[in-house]
Ligand binder design. Structure first.
Ligand code: NDP
Length: 257
């Protein structure tokens, strides 16, 4: 039997991309998956996919920037999915282009609220339950957390903050048996860049150019990142905490030239 059988797993950003792929992976592993995002229709489709495969899933429509929504996510999960929480995957996130000269305070605050405050408050609210079950957290960070790229200033800063949040929480919680890790993808084929404002033509050119910026010569697929998230959440990773785990086709090892 899969070790994820009946584990209660919360995944934010489960309506699309990496979160969606992770939800399907955990659902396939027998976990009881709580799927969190704002788009109810898309979540319902992922629930259907998981259930069609014999898995168990529930959609919770919520905005991770809203305190009351985050609190509701945790209480609904605990009340309806089996009395506790084993794994929290913080995958919800947004990207917005902008430099130090033109990033508006509105964009800055919005990025920080979704990419940093969201994971922080979810971890805080879920922590008593994670401690109870000696569970773990996987935060979906980015290669942009550890390398600087021009033109996506606030995004890079938000991911660097998430990285430090991961490390600090890992140290604070290690004595209580809770592990906390980051996965750090390079460019992955999802909606992120389009939702962030890229039109189709620019996105196609960006994907083509990404073949040269990723030494392995291609972008990643969300399912590849989901495999790493699943591994880190499993007992196979029982001695791994506070880690930055690049999954980026080698991008994080490159230097501009
Ligand atoms: P997608 O745009 O495909 O998915 C983003 C997800 O976040 C959606 O499910 C969206 O759901 C959810 N989301 C956004 N805002 C909120 C909110 N306020 N409350 C709740 N959910 C929200 O992008 P990815 O799958 O690529 O992104 C997942 C994570 O991976 C992000 O943290 C991103 O920064 C990171 N990442 C992605 C890379 C890439 O190249 N794709 C590279 C490195 C890291 P909804 O709109 O329904 O609320």
């Amino acid at each position: 039997m899969s070790e994820m059988k009946n584990k209660v797993v919360i995944i934010t950003g489960a309506s699309s991309g990496i979160g969606r792929a992770a939800a399907i992976k955990f659902g396939g592993g027998g976990a009881r998956v709580a799927l969190v995002a704002r788009s109810g229709d898309k979540l319902a489709e992922v629930v259907r996919l998981i259930e069609a495969d014999g898995g168990e899933a529930a959609a919770i429509v919520a905005d991770v920037t809203l305190k009351a929504d985050v609190e509701r996510v945790v209480s609904v999960v605990v009340e309806t999915l089996g009395g506790g929480i084993d794994v929290l995957v913080n995958a919800a996130g947004i990207l917005k282009a902008g430099t130090v000269e033109d990033t508006s305070l509105t964009d800055w605050d919005h990025l920080m609220k979704i990419n940093v405050r969201g994971p922080f408050y979810l971890m805080q609210c879920a922590m008593p339950y994670l401690i109870e079950r000696e569970g773990n957290v996987v935060n979906v960070s980015s290669v942009n957390a550890v390398r600087a790229f021009p033109g996506v200033l606030a995004y890079c800063v938000s991911k660097a903050a998430l990285e430090q949040l991961t490390r600090c929480t890992a140290l604070e919680m290690a004595g209580k048996g809770v592990r906390v890790n980051s996965v750090n993808p390079g460019v992955t084929a999802t909606q992120l860049h389009r939702s962030g404002g890229m039109d189709e033509e620019t996105y196609a050119a960006f994907l083509e150019h990404s073949k040269t910026t990723h030494p392995l010569g291609r972008v990643g697929q969300p399912e590849e990142v989901a495999e790493l998230i699943y591994f880190l959440a499993s007992s196979k990773a029982a001695w791994i905490t506070g880690g930055t785990h690049l999954i980026d086709g080698g991008r994080g090892q490159t230097c501009a030239r």
